[in-house]
Design a binder for this molecule. Structure first.
Ligand SMILES: [Mg+2]
Length: 423
């Protein structure tokens, strides 16, 4: 007999008796960076997929395996609360977030509903994508590359404009000795300043881009370089004339007071968030109204449900949410379900536009290319919406330095500690 909860749903399995039995991984390289696909197996033959963030480590997920075995994956929030103490900002969140994606995939498959339904339903049927585009030295060349993106259907663009374009030109940057050779020092502490000549050259660069692409399509800008907030404000004011969609990560997200000063000094939306873990990490920025666009990467911010909460909190403060994303279709689809379920969502990033067919083919059961006319259609299948991984394409992307494909992870079965955070 089915219980009352299951009586009216499409039961692909017995959700109340579902248990996690194993976690296995495969490491990818070039899709588009380095990331780890995780697979959670169960006692009922269904499995769920998630992804550890680009630049992370399989260890971040595997160290949590023993904490998942025997749990019912449909208890997503309960498991998330158990493991979120093992995540932190940026890549260190990769294990917790990848597991959350896999739990959402599994719970969706168990109940026969798409992941967005588990997050409260959807606000839209297609998710607008923006494409990152590698830099060109000349603004006119950059403009031509971006124009190709528009011709391929993209209606939202991003490019880099920063001190990297000025390094070879005298009198554009002032910097303490050696400081231009490292990017390991946070912006407020480098002492690097941009000169009027440097600002003029960057304005000329953006003017050449706008000359090519016009003003119909939003264009966001990233990677300004490690300059202090005063240089950011001078550069930002000079670039305001080009009505850019946002200035991204001009300063590190940790400095909420500096973000507030920046936001109040320029007339272009300012944006950060791709390295922030959990909604609490965003709150100092939200409370100060220090950004116009929150930009979580749900493989760092806490997965689908937590990132919807980030979006809802942003909305309460009059802030939009865009999503950072530089991984395989698995994380992209997790982002799509979150974007579908979050009202103030604006646009989702994609880094694989120049290899879109092969990238899209990593998963089966969805259109290739996954992005059509600049959008990803929200899948209606259970869980994340794809039916399986494509083994051949997985093999093509497998990391040659760590080439095992879903091999035994038995050595992680007994990892453990006294996890309680209080006495
Ligand atoms: Mg960025």
């Amino acid at each position: 007999m089915t219980d009352s909860v299951e009586a009216n749903v499409n039961v692909h399995s017995r959700p109340s008796e579902l248990k996690i039995t194993d976690m296995r991984v495969v490491n990818l390289r070039g899709a588009p960076f380095r990331s780890t696909i995780i697979r959670l197996d169960t006692n009922q033959g269904i499995c769920g997929y998630g992804e550890v963030r680009d630049g992370g480590s399989e260890t971040y997920a595997l160290m949590l395996k023993s904490r998942l075995i025997g749990e019912n994956p449909c208890n997503i929030d309960k498991i998330f609360r158990k493991i979120k103490q093992f995540g932190h900002h940026a890549r260190q969140a990769g294990g917790v977030c990848g597991i959350e994606m896999a739990l959402m995939d599994l719970a969706g498959k168990a109940y026969g509903v798409p992941a967005y339904q588990l997050a409260g339903g959807k606000f839209r049927d297609r998710i607008l994508c923006y494409c990152d585009t590698p830099s060109e030295r000349k603004g006119s060349d950059m403009g031509k590359r971006l124009k190709e993106r528009i011709e391929n259907g993209f209606g939202f663009l991003k490019m880099d404009v920063g001190i990297g374009l000025l390094r070879d030109t005298e009198d554009t940057l002032i910097a303490p000795p050696e400081m231009l050779r490292t990017n390991e020092i946070m912006h407020p502490f480098t002492g690097i300043q941009i000169t009027d000549k440097g600002i003029d050259l960057l304005c000329q660069y953006v003017a050449e881009v706008r000359e090519e692409i016009g003003y119909q399509v939003p264009l966001a800008v990233d990677h300004f370089g490690h300059i202090g907030v005063e240089s950011c404000i001078r550069l930002g004011k000079a670039l305001d004339q080009f009505s850019l969609a946002w200035y991204e990560d001009m300063i590190p997200w940790q400095f909420a007071d500096q973000w507030q000063r920046l936001a109040e000094s320029v007339d272009t939306p300012v944006c950060t968030g791709e390295d922030i873990y959990l909604k609490e990490g965003f709150m100092p920025l939200f409370e100060r109204r220090a950004i116009a666009v929150a930009h979580p990467d749900l493989a760092s911010s806490g997965g689908i449900l937590e990132t919807k909460k980030v979006g809802d909190l942003a909305q309460d403060h009059g802030i939009a949410m865009a999503l950072h994303m530089a991984m395989s279709p698995i994380a992209a689809l997790a982002s799509v379900h979150c974007a579908a379920a979050t009202e103030n969502f604006m646009v989702l990033e994609n880094h694989s536009v120049d290899q879109l067919d092969q990238w899209s083919s990593l998963v089966e059961g969805l259109p290739v290319p996954l992005i059509e006319d600049g959008h990803i259609a929200v899948p209606e299948g259970p869980g994340l919406g794809f039916t399986d991984l494509n083994e051949e394409v997985i093999k093509a992307f497998v990391d040659a330095d760590n080439p095992g494909i879903f091999e035994s992870t038995e050595r992680w079965d007994n990892e453990g500690a006294h996890d309680r955070l209080w006495s």
